[in-house]
Design a binder for this molecule. Sequence first.
Ligand SMILES: Nc1nc2c(ncn2[C@@H]2O[C@H](COP(=O)(O)OP(=O)(O)OP(=O)(O)O)[C@@H](O)[C@H]2O)c(=O)[nH]1
Ligand SMILES: [Mg+2]
Length: 471
Amino acid sequence: MALGTIADGISRTVDAVAETLTAPFSDPVIRLGVTGLSRAGKTVFITSLVANLMNRGRMPQLVAAANGAIRTAYLQPQPDDTIPRFPYEDHLARLTAPEPRWPDGTRRISELRLSLRVQPTGLLSGLSGPRTVHLDIVDYPGEWLLDLSLLDKSFADWSAGVLSRIGDRPSGADVSAALAAIDPAANLDEPVAQSLADAFTAHLHAARDAGYSDCSPGRFLLPGDLEGSPVLTFAPLPATPGAGRRSLYREFERRFESYKKNVVKPFFRDHFARIDRQIVLVDVLGAVHAGPRAVEDLRHAMAEILSAFRPGRNAWLTRLLGGRRVEKILFAATKADHLHHSQHPQLTAIAEALLREAKDRAEFAGADTAAMSIAALRTTVEDRVDHNSAPLDVVRGRLLDSGKVAAFHPGALPDDPAHLLSPARDGAKAWLDEDYAVMQFAPQPLTLKPGDGPPHIRLDKAAQFLIGDRL
Ligand SMILES: Nc1nc2c(ncn2[C@@H]2O[C@H](COP(=O)(O)OP(=O)(O)OP(=O)(O)O)[C@@H](O)[C@H]2O)c(=O)[nH]1
Ligand SMILES: [Mg+2]
């Protein structure tokens, strides 16, 4: 057993002991994991959830909000001193400004603790006083999530996978050309290593911009403090049997392992290992709009990520999680305000089918799961218009680029998700029957009544599923 593995095991045990010792004397904590690729809607979700838990007027489906059990909700200092605080007030101020704006893409990790003062209702209400439940939430750049799928891959496996896909992706040819010009068995030459890493990084950026989901390693896209360090200076290489100790191949293999050990593992150990409840946000509509290849890519990426949570699949993570498991997982198709509610069941069905593989694996681990279509921040109103002398259900909102108000119908989603997922799996280049459009809506300028949070779709239902039983 490697030393690092032993050390991981030890710190886990110490953690577990500390938790058992302090648990009876401290307030209960729910750690909510908000999981989603870049642009899935994590930051907007967290901001709106917290705002709607603090002002609960729009949360009728959260039982403890509707029956008054939640007396107050307030922000508290978070438990981890070394992690930046989630800038909740800044995000909310931007979303609710007279000229509302969406948050920027998240570039670093942050954390927030919301405390709920809860008075039990019903028969026992007179017997016990109010208690406090803490909700801890972490926000992070979606790009980093993909790294979870690297943990159980060797450098050779990872390289083979990437190189098999790279051919028909944006700037993939540049990486192939750079690889053709070098000999992986030759001794390491740092400028060569750097130029390969640069070509590969440029390709990852181009692929992400073209709508591909599986653009890992995530820190190549968002390096932060690690920019220029050896741990980010590698690239996939073709199999090179017998490469010597000082070869480029061996050095890249070492850096890949170092990336897993020093970058990926600490992130997941510190932020995923202790999660009780998880919401997986997926921008299904965005992928459908981008076409069959983006849908297939999203399906593949989500299955890879979530399968890491399957017991036994990854020894390191299994050990890290110990006996602990995520109790509830909600799969949510985000941005449902782009669709009239008559199409929400179809959207949910597509999300469920898309995530079936991932979900089966999570269920395998004993978690309670559900799927829903939600909008953390509703930007549209529903309307019905005449279209070719037939009524058409549309949504109406303010467009992000022009600021004009427009009615929008993105195309009819099929009742049977297979009509989208099968062509995607079969490698179709475009949808046959329907063109799916997507519009970018700006947040609506709001005039909130006292006691109301920002408008949403099913955020209360999502909250009930995720934390309702603990309130
Ligand atoms: N209409 C609508 N758009 C949304 C909603 N939530 C998110 N969006 C859109 O999706 C974009 C991304 O949302 P974020 O919350 O920043 O996504 P994220 O998952 O935090 O992304 P990263 O920080 O890059 O990982 C926003 O800029 C909006 O354009 C929603 O509820 N309704
Ligand atoms: Mg974000």
